[in-house]
Write a protein that binds this ligand. Sequence first.
Ligand code: G4P
Length: 520
Amino acid sequence: MPDARPRRTFAVISHPDAGKSTLTEALALHARAINEAGAVHGKGARRATVSDWMAMEKARGISITSAALQFVYRDHVVNLVDTPGHSDFSEDTYRVLSAVDSAVMLVDAGKGLEPQTLKLFRVCALRGIPVITVINKWDRPGLSALGLMDLIQEKIGLRPTPLTWPVGEAGDFRGVLDRRTGDFVKYTRTAGGATRAPEVRLAPGEVDEADAQVWSDAVEEHELLGLDEADHDQDGFLAGRTTPVMFASALQNFGVAQLLDLLLDLAPAPGATEGVDGTVRRVEDDFSAFVFKVQSGMNSAHRDRLAYARVVSGTFERGMVVTHAATGRPFATKFAQAVFGRETTSVETAEPGDIIGLVNANALRVGDTIYTGDPVEYPPVPTFAPEHFVTASAGDIGRYKQFRRGIEQLDQEGVVQVLRSDLRGDQNPVLAAVGPMQFEVVEDRMTHEFNAPIRFSRLDFQLARRTDAAGAEALAGMRGVEVLQRSDGTHLALFVDQWRAKVTARDNPDILLEALPAGG
Ligand code: G4P
């Protein structure tokens, strides 16, 4: 039976420490079937539960894959797609954003817009993903609310349109003014933030004497915002010109229900999606999905490979035979598992917006489309401009075959970009990464999974530009540049520095040298 409940699929983008894990847990707390933030109290235990989604799944009976958390709120099914949390940047993080319809930008009130938030925001902008801004940690001293609005406008170029406005400055959080109704949503502290914080709604006339001064300050600023064209604009939000803003304390569970309401009321539902040939698949059409993440090596006992796909159209039913667009071959999902739903194994269907995990999906690569009915193929998931380059060689020449196989596999999974050229030959592929941590992942997996020790040697290149075969020929032998070919066929010209790239482009206007989407 198809599940007709509407969907919202989103991700949280933030700088480490802004409170993403805390917010994730707080969101789950508000989901149906969850009344308390687990039996565990105290920071240490609380934190452990937060970071371990699988543990959370067991404890709460909500569904989590390592890729997404699914829960019911009001009459909606909400999918929160996880963005890898480490401080370094890899392409994984970007790809995840191809699977969501909106993003929540979590900002630490004390720190403002931090570098990783900005990087992730740029990816959202590039992909046209509407962004809701949550100013977190308002219970702690921080920047002024108006100052934060200026920062948003200045640093990301979106017009902030606050839906709530804080009553009390950062560190003196009394509640928020709901700018749509004019009500005072009063914030009540709960011990440790472990239970759902009661939100008391008061009409302006009912505000306590104790809050009168901060309330009138908030009203004044709210009126000022109204004059400044800072009222919510749904078209502007969906078109990526404005960002609704709200104030919260994830730790105290305040503002979290407001955020869920906002996601349901304003964020876009899964919609029609265009294939590479321009044909449009509507959500109610036949089943189709695209792979946005491939993971393997989770179980060292056997070669497992899990492909995470976002359902674009139709109903996925476990056991259905789909077509793999890249090869035209049938792909039998009877060997696959839908690892989502209330119970990992009991839910057998998925709807547009949901994330499915397909096991033993050896043929599936990141960006691949699977479908039933009329053929469809979705545009490739973008790759980003690499900024770190190494040559790789087999640490043990006797295991060269395993080395090659490993590199090929990691290339297919998109763990790093693999570049080659006739000049360099196949023995020493060049690996290119957006963030250096990608090389650590390669090293670890080559050693443990493929039993093929690997050695890196750093290359002195700093940036890459896209060129073509003619460009490759013209650039050959020039100083400070080398052209290599990526496994998807793209020619990349690597430059030693920005200056060399500029000079080369200036002196050779006929050579194609195109910037790639910036990873950072
Ligand atoms: P992350 O996943 O984005 O990296 O952040 P995480 O949730 O782990 O939160 C980082 C720290 O910020 C945690 O403190 C957490 O308790 C705190 N925090 C999150 N949301 C809020 C909030 O709304 N208000 C306040 N006051 N704190 C919040 P921690 O790691 O235990 O360290 P510390 O900050 O206490 O030193």
